[in-house]
Design a protein around this ligand. Structure first.
Ligand code: HPA
Ligand SMILES: [Zn+2]
Length: 330
């Protein structure tokens, strides 16, 4: 099953590129940029990754990304991730990034855009690996700041496939960003949002009603609300579920308690993703393998999950058709 899952053409829809920063690269970028870290060794870094909830992770995630200063740093970060994903049989990746987390420490918007886009072009040239870019807003900061970033990103709209919404969920409901998402819609930019990770099912409803999103990141809390589940099922709204993330952030106690089997049973359009692979125990393949171990799913189930991601990815129709044909042959 392991080799078969590795060779399955997998699409990653929910990946924070800053969350792919492995401790080794963190140290080398810290040295290159003269940034001091509160750790002596990579083992110390890994030992610190013992999270009690989303906020305890976010604190280390924002701390770690301080080593990302130049266009080359973002290029190196993305290349390392894309190379690893390629080795795991990932054929298309949608990278989210958090421009405000960089702007607020003096790293201009052009820096992540140029570095990430250069890596994306190289991955496509070298491995035929396609990608999309999602510019995420930090929901624990004010909406005016997000709006200013959206306007400032105008030179890069051509390279943005969607805007997203992430960071600390509880207390920062989707409605806080209604005007920002309305502006993105007016600009013709698709919209996605984290909802129902730690927050309630009501936030998923709000993301649909107020932000007009085309997919929900996480969404596991939908099971608290049967009418919402029915709505998501009827719409076939994509849910980018991240099982290892949910275990590490204590959204669920362990893999065998994860609601993925119920979500599939209810006919929801579920996909499997890694979220922050350097912090949560691995990439897309590790997430597939963890599900194989916890749920003993058959090949058809994994093909359905991989197919769901291909169905809803931001990619040209010809690429989608080619990947579905490849998947069919597995
Ligand atoms: O798992 C996450 N949830 C919310 N915001 C995030 N930003 C990076 N990772 C995450
Ligand atoms: Zn996420």
């Amino acid at each position: 099953m392991k080799t078969w899952l590795r060779d399955l053409p997998k699409v990653e829809l929910h990946l924070h590129i800053e969350g792919s920063l492995e401790p080794e690269l963190m140290f080398s970028l810290a040295a290159r940029n003269g940034v001091s870290l509160p750790y002596a060794t990579v083992d110390e870094v890994r030992e610190a990754y013992d999270f009690s909830d989303l906020q305890s992770f976010l604190d280390l995630y924002y701390q770690g990304m301080r080593v990302l200063c130049t266009e080359q740093d973002f290029y190196d970060l993305a290349m390392a991730y894309l190379e690893q994903a390629h080795a795991e049989g990932v054929v298309h990746v949608e990278l989210s990034f958090d421009p405000q987390a960089h702007l607020n420490r003096g790293v201009e918007l052009a820096v992540p855009f140029e570095g990430l886009n250069r890596a994306r072009r190289q991955a496509e040239r070298e491995w035929g690996m396609t990608s999309a870019l999602i510019m995420s807003f930090l929901r624990d900061r004010d909406a005016a700041e997000a709006m200013a970033v959206l306007e400032k990103a105008a030179p890069y709209y051509e390279t943005i496939d969607a805007v997203g919404l992430d960071s600390a969920e509880v207390g920062n409901p989707p409605t806080k960003f209604s005007a920002v998402f309305e502006r993105a819609k007016a600009l013709g930019i698709p919209r996605v949002a984290h909802a129902g990770e730690e927050g309630p099912a009501a936030y998923i409803r709000e993301a649909l009603d107020e932000l007009d999103v085309c997919r929900i990141d996480h969404g596991v809390a939908c099971l608290q609300d049967a009418a919402l589940v029915e709505r998501l099922r009827q719409m076939q709204m994509p849910l980018t579920v991240c099982p290892l993330s949910n275990v590490r952030l204590k959204v669920v106690a362990e893999m065998t308690d994860h609601p993925l089997p119920q979500m599939l049973e209810q006919g929801l359009k579920v996909t499997l993703n890694s979220d922050d692979p350097a912090y949560f125990g691995g990439g897309v393949l590790e997430n597939y393998l963890a599900c194989a171990q916890a749920f003993a799913w058959d090949r058809e189930t994994f093909k359905q999950l991989a197919g769901n991601a291909i169905d809803v990815a931001f990619m040209p129709d010809a690429r989608r058709a080619a990947l579905l044909t490849r998947l069919d042959a597995c």
